[in-house]
Design a protein around this ligand. Structure first.
Ligand code: GAR
Length: 188
């Protein structure tokens, strides 16, 4: 039986993309990377893994629905059934949400609903609490909202800098995201 096909959406470095690709036990094939930043490092990573890319620049389109229609076309051409957001710094609009309802998940570096949006690690660090963490959740139209699938706590240590905290959060992300993907795809 052929594997379920999935796409990763990313905007930046792609360390989570790399962690997903490097999981030897993934019950799906990542057949497409969608990226909205033509210079993002994740694009080279996708090429190194032999993953097809769909790269776009939102500024070249009049509205979100226009580029999302092209994304959905690329996804359907690749028979993509699931979408994993891994540092995709854009809100999904109605065009994608309707086409992939219930089949989009996201990873976010905080214990949602705390610290949604950009620089979640900096937000948590500056808030001065004792812990933060990582959340994997289903996507809806909101910013880092949607039903939570799994969370893991990361302590904020007294001698942490934002950078050391970020490193420990990333270690958790890279383990948690492939694990949740395995669970979800085995449960459907
Ligand atoms: C990750 O920490 C991810 O959780 C975060 O962006 C980073 C991407 O890093 N996503 C969000 O903040 C979503 N709101 P990566 O490009 O190295 O995977």
């Amino acid at each position: 039986m052929s594997k379920v096909r999935a796409a990763v959406f990313a905007s930046g470095t792609g360390s989570n993309f790399e962690a997903i690709m490097s999981d030897g036990d993934l019950p799906c094939e990542i057949s497409l990377l969608v990226c909205d930043k033509p210079k993002a490092a994740v694009i080279e990573k996708a090429k190194a893994f032999g993953v097809e890319t769909f790269v776009f620049d939102a500024k070249q389109y009049k509205q979100k629905a226009d580029y999302e229609a092209e994304i959905v076309e690329a996804l359907q051409k690749n028979n993509v059934e699931w979408i994993f957001l891994a540092g995709y710094m854009r809100l999904a609009g109605a065009t994608i949400l309707e086409a992939y309802e219930g089949k989009m998940i996201n990873i976010h570096p905080s214990l949602l609903p705390a610290f949604p949006g950009i620089d979640a690690i900096g937000q948590a660090f500056n808030a001065g609490g004792a812990e933060t963490g990582v959340t994997v959740h289903y996507i809806d139209e909101g910013m880092d909202t949607g039903p939570i699938i799994e969370q893991e706590t990361v302590p904020i240590l007294s001698n942490d800098t934002k950078e050391t905290l970020q490193k420990r959060i990333q270690i958790v992300e890279h383990r948690l995201y492939p694990k949740v993907i395995r669970q979800i795809l085995r449960d459907v």
